[in-house]
Write a protein that binds this ligand. Structure first.
Ligand SMILES: Cc1ncc(COP(=O)(O)O)c(C=O)c1O
Length: 389
């Protein structure tokens, strides 16, 4: 069966080069990076090389990179590492749950949190961030690129506002890394999260950039790993994989692979909007990362469409979450002011480095028929066709 995996914002496949770089660290290079003997020295050197690669991707110094178990831990380390009871934190309504639910917890422990809205295109207005500042604001956490819509925020402007107010600035760049150039100095951020499995490294590895001089309260207590910023024996194979993936991600801006991903994404959007009626691109008017498109198909139930496409070999997703048995529409799309119906009818297509034109062909071959079939089951659609026909 032909298959196309177009859900790369959920996770990406590990690239063969990444796996090859990791493989020795499961076998002959098994040492603990803290050991002083030969085995430890080898793995320590590999960890430090990986740290340099990650730092290069972000325009940071290698001493400013802390390896974590992923994006969620990096976000939590940034937020809980800085904010304490009595502090005020500014974030947005469209953040990933790794930030939103961490902020809910901060509220429970006595922090004030302001949730700045996004507009209809999914853009957070930096002026709204400025207006939310209070004398006790400790931290601003606004994502660089949204996982559902791909919208790129005005991060450098928000960074400038934070710097002027002498407030720490964290950005969740999990969905920005490898898709748009990142430069922590230009973005004026003190903290920045990335995740390995969104850039073709394995699941369970990530990193937090921590600007020199930023004192973080650790999440874990244990050994003095990662300069006492993250206790626990390093995940050496994962770190090596992240380092290799970071190197490949950086090369992607000059070797044409990021541009190719954008072409595939644009093919999907152009075809869909030209051949299928009553659809539209959510955040189509905003600056977006090149690999993501979020399309609503009126009178189609998103979950049903995900299943119908999957049966034909194409993997995509909705931003919907299943909570207590009911399907909740995406909190991102509803926060942008889209109706529950439109949010439920929205599908995210997200591309990765491994995707080919042939895989996009498969999607485009089956998409109109799948949409038509689902619409035939919709009483609302039938009424619409009668009225407009
Ligand atoms: C924007 C964003 N932040 C954080 C995360 C969490 O990263 P991880 O899966 O590595 O914990 C994700 C994962 O979907 C994400 O998209």
């Amino acid at each position: 069966m032909r298959r196309a995996y177009l859900d790369n914002n959920a996770t990406t496949p590990v690239l063969p080069e990444v796996l090859a770089a990791m493989q020795p660290f499961f076998l002959e290079e098994f040492g603990n990076a803290s050991s002083i003997h030969h085995h430890g020295q080898h793995t320590r050197a590999a960890v430090e090389r990986a740290r340099e690669n990650v730092a290069e991707l972000l325009g940071a110094r290698s001493s400013e990179i802390v390896f974590t178990s992923g994006g969620t831990e990096a976000d939590n380390l940034a937020l809980f590492g800085l904010a304490q009871s009595g502090d005020h934190v500014i974030t947005s309504t469209i953040e990933h749950h790794a930030v939103l639910n961490a902020c809910k917890r901060l509220e429970q422990i006595g922090c004030g949190v302001s949730y700045v809205p996004a507009d209809r295109q999914g853009i957070v207005d930096p002026d709204e961030v400025r207006r939310a500042l209070r004398p006790n604001t400790k931290l601003i956490s606004i994502m660089a690129a949204n996982n559902e819509t791909g919208v790129v925020q005005r991060i450098a402007e928000i960074g400038r506002i934070a710097a002027e107010a002498d407030v720490y600035f964290h950005t969740d760049a999990v969905q920005a890394a490898g898709k748009i150039p990142i430069h922590v100095a230009e973005w004026k951020c003190d903290l920045l999260s990335i995740s390995g499995h969104k850039i073709h490294a394995p699941q369970g590895i990530g990193a937090l950039y921590v600007r020199k001089g930023t004192l973080l309260q650790p999440l874990f207590y244990g050994g003095r790993h990662e300069r006492s910023r993250r206790a626990g024996t390093e995940n050496v194979p994962g770190i090596v994989g992240l380092g290799k993936a970071a190197e490949i991600a950086l090369n992607g801006f000059s070797d044409g692979s990021v541009a190719r991903t954008a072409e595939l994404r644009d093919r999907i959007e152009t075809f869909a909007t030209e051949t299928i009626e009553w659809i539209g691109v959510n955040s189509g008017g905003a600056l977006r990362v090149p690999n993501t498109t979020n399309i609503y198909f009126e009178c189609v139930e998103g979950e049903a469409m995900v299943i119908a496409l999957d049966l034909k070999g194409v993997a995509v997703s909705t931003g919907a979450a299943c909570s207590s048995g009911a399907i909740e529409p995406s909190h991102v799309l509803t926060a942008m002011g889209l109706s529950g119906d439109r949010a439920r009818a929205s599908i995210r297509f997200s591309l990765g480095k491994q995707n080919t034109n042939e895989e996009v062909d498969l999607l485009l071959e089956i998409l109109p028929e799948v949409v038509n079939r689902l619409r035939e089951l919709s009483p609302v659609y039938n009424k619409k066709t009668v009225v407009s026909g």
